[in-house]
Design a binder for this molecule. Sequence first.
Ligand code: AMP
Length: 562
Amino acid sequence: MNDEPDDRTSFADLGLRPELLRALTGLGYEEPTPIQREAIPPLTEGRDLLGQAATGTGKTAAFALPVLERLAGGGERSSRAPFALVLVPTRELAVQVSEAVHRYGRELGARVLPIYGGQPIGRQLRVLEQGVDVVVATPGRAVDHLSRGTLKLENLKVVVLDEADEMLDMGFAEDLDTILNETPETRQTVLFSATMPGRIDRLARQHLKDPVRIAIGREEAEPGEAPRVRQSAYVVPRAHKPAALGRVLDVEAPTAAIVFCRTRDEVDQLTETLNGRGYRAESLHGGISQEQRDRVMTRLRNGTADLLVATDVAARGLDIEQLTHVVNYNVPSAPESYVHRIGRIGRAGREGVAITLAEPREHGMLKTIERVTKQRIHMEKVPTIADLRARKLELTRAALHESLLEDDLEHFRVVVETLTDEFDVMEVALAAVKLAHEASGAASDEEEIPEYVPRAGAGERRGREAGGDRREPRKPRKPSAGMTRLFVGAGRSSGIRPQDLVGAIAGEARLNGREIGAIEIADRFSLVEVPEASAQQVIASLRGATIKGRKVTVRRERDDPR
Ligand code: AMP
């Protein structure tokens, strides 16, 4: 379970034709997900299939690719009547699935049509009339078309029931029976469902013939197999993921992190976004040459890069000693993949942090991972603009405090004095703080990221989502209990990284790395939390020491009375 499957099956090994393989390469897919590996061969042979898989596992491609393979293969295509019908619970899913089928089947010239309620029926009628290969429909609208005689199922070769549990939850059981009864006995039937309650079993017994059964996350890990790391997840709509990741990284300040993405394009785009936000990110995927790969690894090892953005394939076999954080930019396609990824951190007693960003629809997959690994994944809230502002103000305050203690301020006195003829001293101070704050680049305004609140009701999987919103309180900006924050007079502009501080404190003050708390690095200074009981010892032992070749001021932060 700790190791990834040994068989490195490629899409070509699954027997897909070149047109489909090119489409997948074009989309930046590097290898099949576990469910695709298991489902594609039997489905291409025409077997029925009962699959337990949630959103995020790659189930759409698992049924869409065999449909397209068979469509292109057997001369079974009719000019008018649909070859395949995919039934889905919601209009959003209808659009999403039909877009996916269209993207995979573009070179094959596959004609795809989503039909769902709420859309004018006239357009659907015209396209159906011209001929369609794959119809992706919500059950209600499919029944409408059947009763009007505008959807003809007599040539149908494949029926897919996607998210079948959800369709039953939404009261579509009768519609499903009506539709399935209109289809030829000889059809292939595929049923995917995130859960397998008795009602799904009954549906399968009634409509599937000797199905192949596959499940993602059925096996449970042996307790203790997964490494002990702090595991958190953030549920964020897709459009806000880059910003959310930026904020989470700001708060976490990883020494070195690997950010896993699904596809090559996603790796490239995210690397660009993160570099644009001031991180030093490098990308690694299957399209990158060995030479480049070596360069990237050198940069990561010597600390000139702190983030590695990678696909699973490219990250295989990498061992990065200083890795502190693993970030799943999407929910991994199977619990095994999650376990394997986070196995890179938390080794040999070192601490590690695993962070997962999930889209609202992928919430169910997080629960599966928790169940399989028997470990809690803490649901956290993405830092808000207010959190970020407060944090940035805190850094400005600390910078001013430093300046008050250290700098020679006398020759600015004339400025303040002339201004106080006209303004109150407090007002002058406020304006000066504003300028200092803005000059530190701290004034950037960001778009608010909506908070995700799981709903019970239509479209949500009730039982499984229940209790899923156990939010942990945000990290306090005050030092944690029993900890004291120290001010270190060197920051990013002197090339200080968290590991330098940990190294110096651990080396000079003989503190265990684990005892050191949150570290924040600003441009000209850093703040480090150490246990109150060791604070004096740390200050004393760093007094004569150098960090990155420089002597630096180290003292308690604020005018700490202690
Ligand atoms: P699904 O579980 O079908 O909703 O798919 C989740 C996401 O994974 C979609 O954005 C797909 O485009 C993507 N995806 C599916 N299969 C693969 C693959 N083999 N490699 C990379 N991404 C994939």
